[in-house]
Design a protein around this ligand. Structure first.
Ligand code: AKG
Ligand code: FE2
Length: 323
C-alpha cells in the first residue's frame, strides 16, 4: 500500500487520543490502528485530544523563557556539570547530536524525578537518578516544571496503552514498564540560525531519540524536520496549535525488532527568531527488561537485538553523544 506512505510533500498524521481517556473499546482500537500506521511508516506523529491544560503549557514556556533570558552567571548556578544525575543548565554547544558536525546551536535545562541525595538509588550511583537543580531567582519555575512533569507522565501512559493496542497486545501490557519510570524533561532554547553558519551547523544535529517515547511541545516557530527514508528527504514538522509531536525512541525499535522506527530528526531554526521547545523523554522502569515483543517477529525471523534493561540501554546510548 505504497500510496499510504508519506512522501516529502506529505505531512505527519494527527492522531486524536481522546478515546484513550475513558472512551469505548472500539474507539481505542481505532486509535491503535492509527498509531500502527504512523509507527510503521514515520515513527513520528502529532497527538490532539491529549487532555493537557493549555494554561500549564503557557506556564512552562513563560518559565523557560525567563530562565534562558537570565545572565550567564545566573544560569551557571545550575550548571549541569555540577550534577551527578545530569540535571540543570547546559550551555550553547554543550551537545553534538550529529557526529562529525559542529556542536548544536541550542542551550538546555534538564529536569528529572526529584530524588534526595540520601535515597538508596542515588547513593548507589544509579544512572540519571538524583536531586534536581532549581534556579533560585525564579520562584514559580519548580512548581510549573513539576506540574508539567506529572501531566506528561499521565499522557505517556495513555500513549503506551495505545501502542500496546497497536501491537494487538492488551491495553495494560506496558503497566510494569510504566511503573516508576525514568523520564527527562528538557527545556530547549534555539537562537536564530546564523546568516553564515559553519558547514553542517544546526540547532540540533540529526539524531534518533534514545529512549521509549518522546512527547515534544513546540512553540510557534518551525524548524523541526523528520527524515523520510522512503524518498530520502526531510519532512517539515511545523507546530500545530494544541497538538504535541510524538516520536519513538531506539528502545521501541529494539522492542519491536524494527517493525516500529526511531526516526532521524533535526532542527534548523531558520525562523529568524528565538525558538523554544520542550521534549519529554519517557523511558520506563529502570530495571525493566527490553526484549523483542510477542508478535513482532515475522515467521522465521530472529530478534536483531539481545535483551537489555532500560537502565543499561539508556546508559549505552547516552555515552555516544557526550563522548
Ligand atoms: O526542538 C525540537 O523540536 C526537537 C528536539 C529534539 O529532537 C530532542 O531534544 O531530542
Ligand atoms: Fe530528538
Amino acid at each position: 500500500m505504497a500510496a499510504q506512505h508519506p512522501s516529502s510533500a506529505d505531512t505527519l498524521p494527527v492522531i486524536d487520543l481522546s478515546p484513550m481517556l475513558g472512551g469505548v473499546a472500539q474507539d481505542k482500537v481505532a486509535v491503535g490502528l492509527a498509531l500502527r500506521e504512523a509507527c510503521e511508516h514515520t515513527g513520528f506523529f502529532y497527538v490532539s485530544g491529549h487532555g493537557i491544560d493549555p494554561a500549564l503549557i503557557q506556564r512552562v514556556f513563560a518559565q523557560s523563557q525567563q530562565f534562558f533570558a537570565q545572565p550567564m552567571d545566573a544560569k551557571l548556578e545550575t550548571d549541569k556539570a555540577q550534577s551527578k544525575a545530569n540535571r540543570g543548565y547546559e550551555k550553547l554547544g554543550g551537545q553534538t547530536l550529529e557526529p562529525g558536525m559542529p556542536p548544536d546551536l541550542k542551550e538546555g535545562f534538564y529536569i528529572g524525578e526529584e530524588l534526595a541525595a540520601d535515597h538508596p538509588n542515588v547513593r548507589a550511583g544509579r544512572f540519571n537518578q538524583g536531586p534536581n537543580q532549581w534556579p533560585a531567582q525564579l520562584p514559580d519555575f519548580k512548581l510549573a516544571m513539576q506540574d508539567y512533569y506529572t501531566a506528561m507522565l499521565a499522557l505517556s501512559e495513555r500513549i503506551m496503552a495505545g501502542l500496546a493496542l497497536s501491537l494487538e497486545l492488551p491495553e495494560d501490557f506496558f503497566a510494569d514498564f510504566c511503573t516508576d519510570p525514568m523520564c527527562t524533561l528538557r527545556l530547549l532554547h534555539y537562537p536564530p540560525q546564523p546568516e553564515q553558519p559553519l558547514p553542517g551547523e544546526k540547532g540540533c544535529g540529526a539524531h534518533t531519540d534514545f529512549g521509549g517515547i518522546t512527547i515534544l511541545l513546540l512553540d510557534d516557530k518551525p524548524g523541526l524536520q523528520v527524515w523520510n527514508a522512503r524518498d530520502e528527504s526531510w519532512i517539515d514538522a511545523p507546530p500545530i496549535p494544541g497538538a504535541f509531536v510524538v516520536n519513538l525512541g531506539d528502545m521501541i525499535a529494539r522492542w519491536t525488532n524494527d517493525l516500529y522506527r526511531s526516526t532521524l530528526h533535526r532542527v534548523i531554526n531558520t525562523s529568524g527568531a528565538e525558538r523554544y521547545s520542550v521534549p519529554f523523554f519517557y523511558s520506563g522502569a529502570s530495571a525493566h527488561e527490553v526484549r523483542c515483543l510477542p508478535g513482532c517477529l515475522v515467521a522465521g525471523e530472529v530478534p536483531k537485538y539481545p535483551a537489555t534493561t532500560v537502565e543499561q540501554h539508556l546508559q549505552d546510548m547516552y555515552r555516544r553523544t557526550y563522548a
